[in-house]
Structure formats: structure tokens, C-alpha cells
Design a protein around this ligand. Sequence first.
Ligand code: AMP
Ligand code: MN
Ligand code: MN
Length: 322
Amino acid sequence: MDKIISHLQNSKSILVVSHANPDGDAIGSLIAMGLALKAISKKTTLYNESPIPAVYRFLPAVNSVVREVGNQTFDTAVILDCGALDRIGEAVSMVRRIPVIINIDHHVTNAGFGDLQLIDTSACATAEIVYRLIKQLSVSIDENIAASIYTGILTDTGSFRFSNTNKAAFAICEEMVTLGVDPYKIAQRVYGTYSLGRIKLLNLALDSIEISYNGRLSIMTLSQDMLNKTRTQPEDVDGLINYARRIEDVKVAALIQEHQNGDGTSETCGNYHVSLRSDGTIDVAEIASSFGGGGHSSAAGFNIESTLPDLKLKIFNLAERL
Ligand code: AMP
Ligand code: MN
Ligand code: MN
């Protein structure tokens, strides 16, 4: 931590990045970190490859997050909430050329990329680690930073319900409320409203659920066609897997999501993202790692090229071990 603090204090131009297809922690950490670095007068650029999901657009300074960095140069890159550097997306080759890469994360599968690391797998969210870093930088947490940290913790703990919910989640969020966060307002923004398309997508998602012969594994499948039909975006898929996870006796749920370039036919080879969730008794990070992905013990994911029937077979085969 001390090395990172002194390095940041000595940096001139800092690029802050979080993972593509960002969740609330990726956005919340990014903005909190950016505002804190601005508070100590650092030239800071915030980058994310994907558009900011609609539910997080209420956060302060979201408009300063860029999707292109042009030909700016940076002496330091701060990578947030990424188990592996390639999670940032296309910018990875540009970022690799930045002299110092700082890796701040809480994924168990983080192998420690970069030059300086602040990895705490017991942290409920990257926002928890960013909170500690901001304290160490002696930046006073204003309402904007507080809202960003609160949102990161709220969403990554599934509203204080997931197994990563720890004492710090409550302690930090209480402090953020003292600093001006309105929990009801943020909950309304993040969870309160669904577009009609998202409700229709939920219907298709629920209808797609299949269960393994022993009832311990569920698969939900979302095609690009379903997203097109309901006029929804990849961000609208966030959280749907929890329905497949909640089914009685299910230990592991998988959500198969066809990538944007997919053609929707099941016979041809396509690119898929698979999200995995467990009831806490199975380490899905290990399963995801065996497919080249990663994550946390009860929430993980991987990308794969396959035909849909082959992929389902591979996943259903996992049920034997459950
Ligand atoms: P997801 O369900 O895809 O949102 O991912 C659940 C968790 O697994 C998140 O913490 C992700 O950071 C992680 N994860 C998802 N996909 C990958 C991947 N391809 N490689 C490494 N980690 C991943
Ligand atoms: Mn994340
Ligand atoms: Mn996270």
C-alpha cells in the first residue's frame, strides 16, 4: 500500500481503467479513484471500453469516463476490479506499454499482474480497497466519492446478501451514509426501475432454464436474438442468473450468453460468455479457471468458442460432480 501511495503521489499522468461490461463495482471504484486522484491534483483519465450501464449513469462524473484515449501518454495505469489484465478489453496492448501498472482487485483468481499490486481477496468489493487507499492518500471523502464507493459495495455484495458481505461492507457503507449518501435514492436508481424490454427479457430468460438430471445444476441461455427482440443491451442481463441460482436444490447455475457477433443458430460454432454462480458450497472460480476464465468462489465466468449443444453438454457434465 505505501509503495502505491508514494508512486501515485509522484505520478504526473494517470490512466484509471476497470473491466469491460462494467458492473457497479467497476464503475463505482473507477469514479471514486478518479475523483480522489483529481482531489490531489493529478492529471487523470478514466477509461472503460463499454458504455456506462443506464442504472449507473446517475453517478457523479460518469460523463468524464472515456472509451478512447487517443494519443495521450501516461506514466501510470491503475487497473481496477480485473482478475486478469485482458479483462479491460481492446486497450490491453496500449496499457501494457504504460511504464507502471498498478493492480487493485479482490478476485481469488488474480495472479498478480502489473508492477504494484493491492489484492485483497477478503475485500467485499474493489470499492472497499479503493476506500482504504483514498484514506491513505488523505483525501477527504465528499458526497460524490461516497456515492461511488457505496454503489460499488452495494452491488458487489448483492445488497449485503452474497457470501462476500463482510463487516467492512457495513462499516464503510455506514460511514458513506454519514457523509451524505441516501440509501433509498441509490437503491431506486440501481434496482428500482426496469425498462419494459428488460422485463420481457426476464421472461425469455426464465423460459430458457434447463435443469440437470440430478437437479443440482441449472442453465439459462440468452441469445443475441432475444436481446434484439426485446431491444435490450448486454447490461440488462446483469442479475438474471440469480433466478437460475435460486431454484431449490441447485448448487451451480450457468448463464450462457451469446456474444454480439453470434448468428443465433445452434449448429454453428459461436463465441459465448458463461457466467457461473454457486450456492457457496462449490468453488466456481476453479471451474471457470479450468475453462480459461476466473472470478470469485461463488461468482465466476469464462469465454468460450463452441457450438451451443456442445457447450451445454460440457456444462451439464459438471453436474455429475455436484
Ligand atoms: P460475470 O458473471 O461474467 O459477471 O462474472 C462473475 C465474476 O467472474 C466477475 O467477478 C468477473 O470479474 C469474473 N469473470 C467473468 N468472466 C471472466 C473471465 N473471462 N476471466 C476472468 N474472470 C472472469
Ligand atoms: Mn466487477
Ligand atoms: Mn468486484
